[in-house]
Design a binder for this molecule. Structure first.
Ligand SMILES: [Zn+2]
Length: 212
């Protein structure tokens, strides 16, 4: 026996189709022709941060990759495949790494608790903490420390994103590829731009004082 909540999902889908067709009778026909999204979104899997909705984007506008704590791991074939397809086939102009305050993955990395298999994923976040432990340990207020850790995680992921062979090669070819770091606040729905936008490697190296 199907429960009502589950059934309502399929009913909602039918309503949504009707609404879309009322607005534009060719809505689905046009979408079916192909996609040409200008944006790749790398965000957290958290159910409260739906990529399209929070930036008012329509279907067809955002290519999306989400995982726990919006990590860019250089050996993650899933993320690399999405990035490669987005940059080299779809030719997106913007890649946005969007973290969010109150991220459960980041919070878990601030503890020594074990959460099962996810511990292995969270190790990457603990590495981010180690890189920035001087700054983070100086923050006494736990909420402020948590917020800053969320921001610094995005900063590190943008750096790792920039250093993927995919982004490096795209920049070498002179493509107009811009990468950005954002943080979304669950409490008010607003996005903070961390102003770490890059579209070439020398600008990046100058900012991070690294050329690795
Ligand atoms: Zn999260």
């Amino acid at each position: 026996m199907m429960d009502n909540y589950y059934k309502s999902l399929l009913d909602n889908n039918k309503k949504w189709v009707e609404e879309k067709l009322n607005e534009d009778s060719n809505f689905f026909k046009n979408l079916a022709k192909g996609q040409n999204p200008p944006i790749l979104w790398i965000g957290c899997a958290d159910s409260r941060v739906p990529a399209n909705q929070i930036i008012g984007a329509q279907p067809g506008e955002v290519f999306v990759h989400r995982n726990i704590a919006n990590l860019v791991i250089h050996t993650d074939m899933n993320m690399l495949s999405v990035l490669d397809y987005a940059v080299n086939v779809l030719k997106v102009q913007h890649v946005i790494v969007c973290g969010h305050y109150g991220c459960g993955g980041v919070q878990a990395a601030m503890t020594n608790n074990s959460f099962g298999i996810i511990d292995n994923w969270i190790r990457h976040l603990k590495d981010v903490y180690r890189i920035h432990n001087q700054e983070l340990d100086e923050i006494d207020n736990e909420n402020e420390k948590f917020d800053r850790f969320v921001e610094l995680n995005v900063v590190e992921q943008v750096y790792d994103l920039a250093k993927t062979s995919i982004v490096q090669n795209s920049w070498k070819k002179g493509n107009n590829l811009n990468i950005h770091g954002w943080v979304y606040r669950l409490h008010n729905g607003l996005i903070k731009d961390l102003n770490i936008t890059f579209n070439n490697d020398s600008q990046l190296n100058e900012t991070y004082k690294l050329n690795l």
